[in-house]
Design a binder for this molecule. Structure first.
Ligand SMILES: [Zn+2]
Length: 474
């Protein structure tokens, strides 16, 4: 109701402005949008109600806000490291000094504030030797939760989405890696030849355990999604907004781990995607500029290409070109996007920020446009992690080349943002108009890794949502 009133108020003030300015002003949503551009609060009111299709680059652990991590810690009797500002798992004897039980430690508001700041970029100002990149990636080592919180995290994130008229989430999540795959394969010798290394992994204990891991991941996903339904009251009269959000997952191997662990986790993901239609894609995560990520980059691409050719195609989106001049040696800026597409068969690129540094980047842009390789644009993330802001971002280069793009949040909890914020940022910093936002909204479903039937249903639903939304501005 409040939102309707606000929208109505803007509509009225806009009509008044129209009459004063004469008939040449744009009308309807276009006109309201143009007028609201100069007023941050009015723009947010419009955009938070605007249908936003999907958020298809969204890391589940990065999506959860610090306050939720703290709540889980209190309820699960986790431990707080007050000096190190971190949540830690208890031992069988509970929290041993200097760790303190979360329920006790979190009675201190100052400590809460410090933890929220540590788990995010809230109030963060870069200082000598410590930038946004460092602050961002440190958060993931500071937060911890019981695996049983998987469903809680999805429910929290779905609710945030549902309240902003987002219909679809593609959540990146890591399963089985640290508990089972990593200890099993860390010591296995890798040659760098994708076929030889595949055989080594499959002939090891990992190959034998693989069916069990996949079965466990499917069961854990069942449990999590059942919990989502319960927590959100789906199907009841008290159903929360997250119930209307379609959820899918991408498997996310960690590219800074030993090559054997990345490969094994990719193989695991390939089988998981085959057996469970909720798992729709794969994606490599962790800093692309880490020395191991850089050293093993081509091996990772060849692993994915080998799996694609031998076990069958899967949907692949890759963080590629999330780099910038100064962060790495210039030679690292020249090939990551190219190889992600040509060798690893990526259908979507996450970030792609360094495109203009790639060798023969104009040919690459042509290829991306022809093959409709979509770029997932994460504006706040690019600014916080890479320091790339405003027209440094290659949005316009991609746009002129005809490469499809969609806006996404990347890590909305860590960044303390939401998708509405990213749309607004696009308006202010890239000069996006209503049509641009609408086109990217449709792209976020058109290029989603959904089965054809669900995709068609969601696009039909998006048409209806836009019709209803725009009718409010006639
Ligand atoms: Zn990301």
């Amino acid at each position: 109701m409040f939102k309707q009133l606000m929208t109505g108020a803007i509509g009225l003030s806009f009509l008044a402005a129209c009459e004063a300015a004469g008939p040449s002003m744009p009308t309807g949503i276009e006109g309201a949008f143009e007028q609201a551009k100069s007023n941050e609060a009015e723009l947010r009111v419009i955009i938070q109600d605007m249908p936003k299709g999907g958020d298809i680059h969204n890391h589940l652990f990065g999506a959860v806000y610090a306050e939720s991590w703290l709540r889980y810690a209190e309820e699960d009797n986790m431990c707080i490291d007050k000096d190190g500002l971190a949540i830690r798992f208890p031992t069988s004897e509970g929290c041993r000094a200097p760790l303190v039980v979360a329920g006790d430690a979190l009675k201190d508001q100052n400590l809460r504030n410090d933890l929220i700041d540590r788990f995010s970029l809230r109030d963060f100002t870069p200082y000598a030797g410590w930038g946004g990149h460092d602050q961002f990636f440190r958060t993931f080592g500071s937060m911890a939760a019981m695996p049983s919180r998987f469903g809680d995290m999805v429910a929290d994130t779905a609710n945030l989405a549902g309240r902003q008229n987002i219909a679809y989430l593609e959540l990146l999540h890591t399963m089985e890696l640290f508990e089972t795959i990593l200890p099993m394969v860390a010591g296995l010798p890798m040659t760098g030849d994708a076929e030889t290394d595949y055989n080594t992994l499959m002939e090891s204990e990992f190959g034998k355990e693989l069916p069990n891991m996949v079965a466990r991941a499917i069961k854990d996903t069942d449990t999590a999604m059942a919990k989502v339904n319960t927590l959100l009251g789906c199907g009841s009269e008290q159903a929360q907004p997250g119930c209307d959000v379609e959820i899918r997952f991408q498997n996310q191997p960690v590219r800074t781990l030993p090559k054997s662990a990345v490969y094994a986790h990719n193989i695991f993901g390939w089988h998981l995607m085959e057996q469970d239609s909720r798992w729709v894609g794969t994606n490599l995560v962790a800093p692309e500029d880490d020395f191991i990520s850089l050293r093993d980059y081509m091996d990772h691409m060849e692993q994915l290409g080998f799996l694609y050719d031998t076990l069958g195609p899967r949907n692949i989106s890759l963080h590629a070109g999330e780099l910038w001049l100064g962060l790495v040696h210039p030679k690292e800026l020249r090939f990551h996007i190219t190889e992600a597409i040509k060798t690893a068969k990526a259908k979507r690129i996450g970030h792609g920020t360094d495109i203009i540094f790639e060798t023969d980047y104009e040919d690459l842009l042509k290829l991306m446009a022809e093959q409709e390789i979509m770029v997932e644009v994460n504006l706040t993330s690019s600014e916080q992690i890479l320091g790339v802001k405003g027209d440094e971002h290659p949005y316009q280069i991609y746009r002129e080349a005809g490469v499809p793009m969609a806006l996404s949040t990347d890590d909305e909890g860590v960044a303390r943002i939401d998708l509405t914020h990213e749309y607004i940022k696009g308006v202010h910093e890239l000069g996006l108009g209503y049509d641009d936002l609408k086109r990217m909204t449709y792209n976020s479903l058109k290029y989603a890794f959904l089965d054809a039937e669900t995709k068609a249903r969601l696009i039909d639903d998006l048409d209806a949502r836009f019709a209803e939304f725009e009718a409010g501005f006639k």
